[in-house]
Design a protein. Structure first.
Length: 432
């Protein structure tokens, strides 16, 4: 266990790690493009390096030097079969997106991961890939290890039953190898990093509102890309600044993709004092700096509400938002977030249990949380469940508690944010 001390305020500037959603996609698409792809500000987290490890096993030369990654693309049909199972570690993005690419390969591949991945259902990608013609075997029909025998795909019209950028992306990537056009219909918009990345690499893709069409066979070319900072990681410092009097935090080079900055628009509606300065465009992604200051005006008259239509565009930011909800006078209501139950942990359960340990009044619903708010949180032992976002969320909660909080596994934050506790020291003047 590690103790996290309360702090007076957060002050200073940091640059969050590169956005891992973007990093995964650029690495995978770079591997099946022709020529070199050079990625700057590639995050150091374990998840994105699981993707690089899998690509190496598939015969893709990958060089890393600090936060720079060079990928020697093999072209659409240049991957080679791995004689060993591909280990995705803790990365749901790796296994779901890479499965789409492997479904188009004329060889057999086995994918597996850690204990968390073994509990996460894969049926939502298995069903459309089988419909396209891939042969997939899975434990109990849904769980790893997955065995994929690819090739001979046919384009389909597909509409996800549950909004999911990972499922959408899996089908789009498989569509690069299919006969005929693959169409994805998305009634509820999700993050669009895959569409933007495919466009940047030169794929034949057309996105028009809720419909995305992928035409197969067009050769893609490698690109150079500076990966913007991860807004999901930035959210922990945003919430920390909002709840600690006297705080002022500057977050540099944060991704401002319109399909990812919905949480900033929601915070603006709630009255959060956040200044946004767009400063650069990298590839087809936009980035800028955020300045966040303490506010005592949020949730004073009525509970803050996260509605079902909000969730698909901010699913990874909800753990941090829940901590905010525990600190505002009228609390927070979260609905439509049942997807959080099948992440690295059951995040709704983990948030409710740990907030209750700290003295908050919280109740779970099937798809969300009711957080009363307005109570001083107390120091307690916190179970992270090995989940990086739970560890970081309760580190932030600890900063406003009345006594230290002990995390059972703070190191799991390294899955997405290896420098998290160094940045905590920079902003709060303390170590974990």
């Amino acid at each position: 266990m590690k103790n996290i001390q309360p702090c007076r305020c957060l002050r200073g500037s940091v640059q969050p790690p590169g956005d891992k959603s973007i990093a995964h996609r650029y690495a995978m698409i770079g591997a099946i493009a022709s020529g070199d792809t050079l990625l700057f500000n590639y995050p150091a987290g374990r998840d994105v390096h699981s993707t690089l490890s899998c690509l190496r096993q598939l015969g893709v030369p990958v060089e890393t030097q600090g936060t720079e990654v060079r990928i020697e693309g093999r072209g659409l049909h240049g991957l080679k079969a791995s004689h060993q199972p591909l280990d995705v570690g803790n990365s749901g993005t790796t296994i779901r997106l890479l499965s789409g690419i492997l479904a188009g390969q004329p060889f057999r591949t086995c994918l597996q991961g850690d204990e968390s991945i073994a509990r996460r259902p894969m049926r939502r990608i298995i069903a459309p890939l089988r419909q396209m013609g891939a042969s997939i075997e899975a434990r109990e029909g849904s769980f790893t290890p997955l065995e994929i025998r690819g090739g001979g795909l046919q384009g389909i019209d597909f509409q996800p039953q549950t909004p999911s950028a990972q499922v959408k992306s899996c089908v789009m990537l498989a569509g690069l190898y299919a006969r005929g056009i693959t169409r994805v219909f998305e009634p509820v918009a999700t993050r669009n990093h895959t569409e933007l990345a495919l466009g940047h690499f030169g794929a034949a893709l057309h996105a028009d509102g809720a419909r995305i069409e992928v035409q197969p066979g067009k050769e893609m070319r490698g690109v150079t890309m500076h990966i913007p900072g991860d807004i999901s990681s930035a959210m922990f410092w945003i919430v920390g600044a909002l709840i600690r009097p006297g705080s002022e935090v500057i977050l540099e080079n944060v991704g401002l993709n319109p399909s990812r900055d919905a949480v900033l628009r929601l915070l603006a509606r709630w009255g959060a004092p956040i200044e946004i300065q767009p400063s650069m465009q990298t590839g087809m992604e936009v980035a800028g700096s955020l300045t966040v200051r303490y506010s005592d005006r949020l949730g004073r008259r009525e509970p803050l509400e996260v509605q079902p239509e909000d969730v698909p565009l901010m699913i990874d930011e909800i753990p941090a938002l829940a901590i905010l909800g525990a600190h505002v006078p009228c609390g927070m209501k979260i609905r439509g977030a049942e997807e959080l139950r099948v992440k690295e942990s059951d995040r709704l359960k983990a948030l409710a249990e740990n907030l209750q340990r700290m003295g908050a009044a919280v109740s779970e619903t099937t798809d969300g949380l009711d957080i009363e708010g307005g109570r001083t949180l107390h120091g307690s032992d916190i179970r992270t469940f090995g989940d990086h976002r739970i560890a970081m969320a309760f580190t932030i909660a600890a900063l406003a508690a009345d006594s230290p909080v002990a995390l059972d596994d703070p190191g799991c934050a390294a899955v997405s944010y290896p420098d998290f506790y160094e940045h905590l020291q920079a902003l709060a003047g303390q170590t974990a």
